[in-house]
Design a protein around this ligand. Structure first.
Ligand SMILES: [Zn+2]
Length: 248
């Protein structure tokens, strides 16, 4: 078991780190934004907006799964075996997909992480990678109480083709039922029921919320009030990022 963990660390951390070290000379420091928040707190919406504003790729776990399954990669097939059994895809599989994605050219200047890391073990492995890539990290935590999340979920939609998030009231598409970005059809996710969301909120509080303390200790955490309007949330985030030199 111990040997397996060591092997995994070697593959996932050292190999990408070596790649970074060798390409480090021509690249400046990386700008890394990590979005934390409960499911339905608005991470996806903000990630899309910030990605466009700062020209950094948005990396969401859902997209990693979709791409790897679509391209039938080895790691995609591995993930599929867990998903088909209805099991959670293990940390090492998620991170292998993530590090493969981060080694791509468009991530050289930086990237926005949306939905990953999800657990403390994931955060710790990611931290090694970030330290080696001399990343300038900002963690935005979108704070929304569970009761409000349950209210919001009723109107949630996402693009079947590209995964872009919408909301019937808060961020409707320009044309009803059609994605602004790719013209794909908008669908309501099967797991957007109060029961399923309740379970996901429980998992969030148990597994993901401890990341706030983890990043606070590192001085990376910024709390954002996500209960206000979308415009006010955007204003808070932009104010925070305007004081971060790499975002100017
Ligand atoms: Zn789309």
């Amino acid at each position: 078991m111990k040997l397996l963990v060591i092997l995994f660390l070697l593959v996932c951390v050292l190999v990408p780190c070596l790649a970074i070290t060798s390409s480090k000379k021509e690249a400046g420091p990386q700008t890394v934004l990590i979005l934390l928040g409960a499911p339905g707190a608005g991470k996806g919406t903000q990630a899309v907006r910030l990605s466009e504003k700062y020209g950094l790729p948005q990396i969401a776990t859902g997209d990693l799964f979709r791409e790897n399954l679509k391209n039938e990669t080895e790691i995609g097939r591995k993930a599929k075996t867990y998903m088909e059994k209805g099991e959670l895809v293990p940390d090492e599989v998620v991170l292998e997909m993530l590090f493969q994605r981060l080694s791509q050219k468009d991530c050289r200047k930086g990237y926005i992480l949306d939905g990953v890391p999800r657990t403390i073990p994931q955060a710790e492995i990611l931290q090694n990678y970030l330290t080696h890539s001399h990343a300038d990290v900002t963690v935005l935590s979108l704070e929304v109480p569970d009761s409000m999340i349950l209210e919001r979920i009723a109107g949630r939609l996402s693009c079947e083709k590209c995964g872009a998030p919408y909301h019937l009231l808060a961020s409707p598409p320009k044309k009803s039922g059609v994605c602004d970005r790719c013209n794909g059809p908008l669908i309501q996710r099967k797991d957007d029921t109060p029961e399923v969301i309740g379970e996901r909120l429980k998992a969030f509080h148990l597994q993901t919320e401890p990341l706030k303390e983890y990043y606070q200790k590192k001085g990376h955490l910024v709390m954002i009030d996500g209960t206000v309007s979308k415009q006010e949330t955007i204003a808070q985030i932009d104010k925070v990022l305007s004081t971060t030199p790499l975002f100017n």
